[in-house]
Design a protein. Structure first.
Length: 506
C-alpha cells in the first residue's frame, strides 16, 4: 500500500504555498478509460472479419485456426505489450455429416371404401447433436414419444429397444430455460442407453424452424448415443401423429465424422504491471463458436470486446499496478476446455491472480457481475463498479455460475466476475443458424467495452488484491452457502469436484 501519510504531508505543504494540487484518483482513471473505450475504434470491422469472413469456429477446423491468427493480429494492433498462444489438447474432433431424417406414418382413411390406408410422409428438418456418435443409415425404425423424458413417461412408453425416442421441450424464454436445456438431457440419455434405444430426437426449443447446435458433452467426450435436434414444428407434428394413434417410423442417417485428439490454442495478450507485475487480472471471452451461424453473439462480439478493452486501456495512457492478461479461450463450447487447460497450466501462479472477468452473454445490457460466491469481495467490487452506474451496472451477486470460462478459476479459489446481462436477442439466436453479425447492437457493445475495461483495470490497480485465493474448504463452503451443490449435481459436476478431478487440490 502506498504511504498515505507522506502523500498527505506533500499535499499540505503545496497547499500552504498556495499551489493548486490535483492528484490522480480512481474516478479520474475510470473517466479516462471509459472515454477511451467509447471512442471510435475498429470494433465493427474486427467483428465483421471474424464472423462474415472466418465464420463459425469449431476447434480443429481451418476456421478456428484462422480465428486464433485473428486474435494474435488484433491484440498486436491494439497495442499489447506481448501476445502469444498457448496450445492444449482436446480428446476428440467432431464434424457433422449430411444428417437426414424422413418420417412416415399411416394416415386416416376417410373413405370406408378404401382398401389401402394413405401414407403420411415428410422430410424432417434436423441437425445432429454435437459430439454425439454417428449412426449408419437405418430405415423404418419405430418412433416412440417419451414426453419430456421423466421416469414416469419412460415407463408409459414401454419397450424402447431399437426405437427412436421423441423428447418434447418448452419454448425458450429466459436464462433458466436455457440452463434447463443442459439439465434435462443427461437423465434422458441415461434412460435411453439403459433401454437400448436406437437414437434420440430432441424437439427444438425455438420456434419458426430455427435449428441450433447443442451438446451434452461436458469434457469434450463423445456422447453415449446418437442424437438429433429436430425443428420444433416437425417434432410437434410427429408428436401429434403419435398421440392420435398413428404408428410412426423414421429413416435416419447421422454420418458424423469423429476423430482422435486435436490441438488448438488460447490467445493471450498482456499489459505489464507497473508495480506488481507478477500479480495479474484476467479479462476473457471465448473465441470458438458453433458453425451453423457465424458465432456473432456467442461469442464473437465479446472476443472483439476483449481486444477493444485492451486498446482502450492502452489508449488512456494509464498503467495498472498489476499485469493484465487478455485471453481468448478456445474449446469453451465443448466443455470449457480452454479455460480449464489454462487454469491447470498456470495453477502454480494462481495465488497471485487478482481476479478474472468474463463476458459471454451477447449484447444484452449489463446489470452487474456474479462474483462466484465470494461474500468477502462484495463491498470492494461495488466500489469499483460505481463509475459504471451511468450504464446501469449496479449489482454484485454472490452467484456461483456454471457454463462459461470463469468456472475453473472459481473452483481454483480465484475471485471471479461474470457479466450479468439481460437476455436481449441472445436466447433465440443461441448457437443457431441466425447467430450472425447483423444481430449485434454496437452501441451496447461499445458500452460493454467501457465496462469491461474500467472494471478489470480497477481490479488490477487496487493497492491490495480484492481478495485472497480461497482454499478448497472455503470454496466448498461457498457452494453450500449459495445453495449451489444441487446445481453442480444436476450438471454432473459434483462428482468431479468430490473426486478432485476439478478444482483446487487443497
Amino acid at each position: 500500500m502506498r504511504n498515505l501519510k507522506a502523500v498527505f504531508l506533500f499535499c499540505f505543504v503545496l497547499s500552504s504555498a498556495g499551489l493548486a494540487v490535483t492528484l490522480p484518483s480512481e474516478t479520474d482513471d475510470a473517466t479516462r478509460i471509459i472515454e477511451a473505450a467509447l471512442k471510435s475504434s475498429p470494433l465493427e470491422s474486427n467483428l465483421r472479419h471474424l464472423t462474415d469472413e472466418i465464420g463459425g469456429r469449431v476447434p480443429g477446423t481451418p476456421a478456428m485456426q484462422r480465428a486464433i491468427e485473428w486474435g494474435v493480429q488484433m491484440f498486436a494492433a491494439a497495442g499489447a505489450d506481448s501476445v502469444h498462444t498457448e496450445e492444449f489438447t482436446m480428446p476428440y474432433s467432431w464434424a457433422e455429416g449430411a444428417t437426414e431424417m424422413t418420417v412416415t406414418a399411416s394416415g386416416t382413411a376417410l373413405d370406408p371404401k378404401l382398401t389401402q390406408i394413405p401414407k403420411v410422409e415428410f422430410r424432417v428438418r434436423c441437425v445432429s447433436i454435437a459430439w454425439a456418435p454417428a449412426l449408419a443409415a437405418v430405415k423404418h425404425v419405430p418412433v416412440v414419444d417419451v414426453g419430456k423424458g421423466s421416469p414416469a413417461e419412460f415407463d408409459k412408453a414401454g419397450d424402447i429397444t431399437g426405437k427412436i425416442l421423441l423428447v418434447h421441450s418448452a419454448v425458450l424464454k429466459n436464462w433458466d430455460d436455457l440452463f434447463g436445456e443442459y439439465i434435462t438431457p443427461p437423465p434422458v440419455i441415461t434412460a435411453a442407453v439403459k433401454g437400448k434405444a436406437k437414437a434420440i430426437a430432441f424437439i427444438a426449443t425455438r420456434e419458426h424452424d430455427i435449428l441450433y447446435r447443442h451438446t451434452n458433452s461436458t469434457e469434450g467426450e463423445i456422447d453415449r448415443i446418437p442424437q438429433v435436434l429436430v425443428a420444433r414444428e416437425d417434432g410437434e407434428r410427429i408428436g401429434r401423429l403419435l398421440a392420435s394413434g398413428h404408428p410412426v417410423w423414421a429413416d435416419l442417417s447421422i454420418p458424423n465424422q469423429v476423430g482422435g485428439a486435436i490441438k488448438t490454442a488460447n490467445v493471450v495478450a498482456e499489459i505489464k504491471g507497473s508495480e506488481k507485475p507478477d500479480e495479474f487480472v484476467i479479462l476473457g471471452a471465448h473465441l470458438d463458436s458453433w458453425e451453423l451461424g457465424t458465432g456473432a453473439l456467442d461469442n464473437g462480439c465479446n472476443a472483439a470486446l476483449v481486444v477493444d478493452a485492451l486498446r482502450a486501456i492502452k489508449g488512456s495512457g494509464l498503467k495498472p499496478r498489476r499485469s493484465m492478461r487478455f485471453i481468448l479461450f478456445s474449446g469453451e463450447e465443448e466443455g470449457l476446455l480452454g479455460s480449464r487447460a489454462y487454469s491447470r497450466a498456470h495453477r502454480s501462479e494462481l495465488d497471485r491472480a487478482a481476479g478474472v472477468v468474463i463476458y459471454d452473454s451477447g449484447i444484452g445490457k449489463t446489470l452487474g457481475y456474479a462474483d462466484g460466491g465470494r461474500k468477502d469481495v462484495i463491498e470492494t467490487a461495488k466500489h469499483l463498479i460505481a463509475p459504471l452506474k451511468q450504464f446501469g451496472v449496479t449489482e454484485i451477486k454472490t452467484d456461483m455460475e456454471w457454463g462459461t470460462d470463469h468456472f475453473d478459476f472459481m473452483l481454483e479459489g480465484v475471485p471471479t466476475f461474470v457479466a450479468d446481462q439481460e437476455e436481449a436477442n441472445y436466447l433465440e439466436n443461441y448457437h443457431a443458424v441466425s447467430d450472425t453479425y447483423d444481430k449485434v447492437d454496437f452501441t451496447l457493445l461499445k458500452k460493454h467495452v467501457a465496462e469491461a475495461a474500467e472494471f478489470s483495470f480497477a481490479l488490477a490497480n487496487l493497492p491490495e488484491r480484492i481478495g485472497p485465493r480461497f482454499t478448497r474448504t472455503q470454496i466448498e463452503q461457498s457452494m453450500r452457502d449459495t445453495n449451489s451443490v444441487e446445481m453442480f449435481k444436476a450438471f454432473g459436476i459434483w462428482d468431479a469436484w468430490e473426486s478432485g478431478r476439478l478444482g483446487r487440490q487443497k
